[in-house]
Design a binder for this molecule. Structure first.
Ligand code: NAP
Ligand code: MG
Length: 502
């Protein structure tokens, strides 16, 4: 389904569509696209070739103030929070349909703004976001509240109530997906939302706001404020009239947001943070399948994935043979033009991220790891920041490249001797977001899945899951849960009403 006659099929056709795009860069408050109160704008760039895509409203604390007032009044009015569930469902399902109908444009905006391959945004980010909004909407009129097993002369009602005003702050690596993971459950439960996209990638969030209105979402329920984390994000996080802060991003900022919550009104703060996920390959695994997945696990989305399988733990007895297979699989991730449908790895988000990758590659060499392949920039397109898929072998888990999140296409390979050692290495991290386990031994698979301290464990696959299962971290990978009905609980308070009928 597309509003365009024909979905572009080639780089040239996507480029032609990009040329013709009318890009909206204004904020969205109370159902209208508006400039920042200061009138300030900042450019957003295309990481693929460095060109400016649009000037975007740069909102600050004064815009936050206005948006909170609007969101609060809208919430109190009951126009959304008290709308009959079936009607709320209809609007959300319609919102999902409009995203689907605008698939080409949204996928292109996401690819342009974030440097992601167009085939990923078309096949993963946009359809996934449609599913998230639709599924959350469809849940609205199917969730029952509870009545407690009290004595005969009392009634104990246990009801989910919306929190009120939710601020969502999202990153640049999966701008559309993380936005929808927050919007779906927050809207479904009747809250009003203020969304702050990452400064690098505001465009799809801005586009979505207009579609939500078109779907019938009442004005003021969804407000989108682009602007800097350091001023706008901070103002939202410290605001006394925001009830919940839902965040995806770095562990450092997550810690700061927790402090802001304590300094202000103890707003519920749900964090989805970084990771350094182990992907463990035992000698009895299907090595061909595991090797393909090991490359995907770390090079998908240029390595800018919080769940990336950045620590590949390989049993000593198969290490040499297996790593030849991984090297072959890695070659498929040659960086290319993000808008070329054949590209599987696009551009790093910006110069900062590129410098970070270079820094860690230098550190890996310095610490004595062996550069097995890659380790250099690539330049498929002038003006963009690209890096070759890079693998270090002979890594030990105390090396910096095994401990810190790089957020680029860099894999650290660590060998192990026994199940116990694999488990010990896997859990020796401040993070606990995800893990992969490759084995044909069902007991070993269950033991590892049980004992690995991570929010998601993938057995004989990597990145598995869909909207029906929760996603989130253990340890310093955060405390939130996106997706599934469990996400809806994060955006609700439980109210107990005790009625004496004697
Ligand atoms: P980040 O700094 O945590 O940014 C995430 C979001 O938080 C952005 O919208 C950002 O706004 C905002 N923000 C920044 N400082 C803030 C503050 N003091 N108060 C409120 N909001 C604030 O992450 P990043 O800069 O995008 O990437 C840095 C590192 O974070 C990456 O290298 C990676 O290690 C990690 N990361 C993890 C994930 C994940 O999904 N787990 C996603 C992205 C990044 P601005 O865009 O305006 O700064
Ligand atoms: Mg951008």
């Amino acid at each position: 389904m597309s509003e365009h006659n024909k979905t572009p099929q080639t780089l040239q056709e996507w480029q032609a569509m990009a040329e013709a795009l009318q890009i909206e860069g204004r904020a969205f408050i109370n159902g209208e696209y508006v400039d920042a109160l200061s009138g300030e704008t900042r450019p957003t760039f295309s990481p693929g070739d460095g060109r400016e895509l649009a000037q975007v409203a740069s909102c600050g604390p004064e815009d936050a103030e206005l948006a909170v007032k609007v969101a609060r009044e809208t919430f109190e009015s009951g126009v959304w929070s008290h709308m009959p569930p079936m009607q709320r469902k209809k609007i959300m399902v319609r919102f999902a349909e409009l995203i689907e109908q605008n698939r080409d444009e949204i996928a292109l905006l996401e690819s342009l703004d974030a440097g992601k391959p167009i085939s990923d945004t078309m096949n993963v980010d946009v359809p996934g976001s449609v599913t998230t909004i639709r599924w959350s909407g469809e849940a609205v009129d199917k969730i029952y509240d509870e009545m407690a097993p009290t004595g005969p002369n009392e009634i104990g009602l246990i009801e989910r109530m919306p929190l009120g005003v939710v601020a969502a702050i999202v990153p640049w690596n999966f701008p559309l997906s993380t936005t929808c993971w927050k919007l779906g459950p927050a809207l479904a439960t009747g809250n009003s939302v203020i969304l702050k996209p990452a400064s690098n990638t505001p465009l799809t969030a801005i586009k979505l706001a207009g579609l939500a209105k078109e779907a019938g979402l009442p004005d003021g329920v969804l407000n989108v404020l682009p602007g800097p984390g350091s001023s706008l994000g901070k103002a939202l996080s410290l605001h006394m009239d925001i009830d919940c802060l839902t965040f995806t991003g770095s562990t450092d900022v997550g810690k700061t947001l927790t402090e802001y919550s304590g300094q202000s009104n103890l707003k519920r703060t749900f964090l989805e943070l970084g990771g350094k996920s182990p992907n463990i390959v035992f000698a009895d695994a299907d090595l061909d399948k595991a090797a393909e997945a090991a490359a995907l696990a770390v090079f998908y989305n240029q390595g800018e994935t919080c769940t990336a399988g950045t620590r590949l733990l390989v049993h000593k007895s198969i290490a040499d043979e297996f790593m030849q297979k991984v090297k072959k699989a890695a070659a498929r991730f040659k960086p290319g033009h993000p808008q070329d449908p054949n590209t599987v790895m696009g551009a790093l988000i910006d110069k900062n991220q590129f410098d970070t990758v270079e820094h860690y590659v230098a550190k890996g060499k310095e610490d004595g790891a062996v550069l097995f392949c890659g380790g250099a920039p690539a330049q498929p397109v002038e003006g963009g920041y690209y890096y070759e898929p890079t693998i270090f072998t002979k890594v030990t888990n105390d090396m910096t490249i095994a401990r810190e999140e790089i957020f680029g296409p860099v894999l650290a390979v660590i060998e192990f001797d026994s199940d116990e050692e694999a488990l010990q290495i896997a859990n020796d991290s401040i993070y606990g977001l995800a893990a992969g386990v490759w084995t044909k031994d069902i007991s070993r698979a269950h033991r590892m899945a049980r004992d690995i301290r991570a929010g998601s464990v993938w057995v004989n696959n990597y990145f598995g899951g869909d909207i029906t299962v929760p996603f989130g971290g253990f340890k310093q990978s955060g405390n939130g849960r996106d997706k599934s009905l469990h996400a809806l609980d994060k955006y609700s308070e439980l109210k107990s009403t005790w009625i004496d009928i004697s």
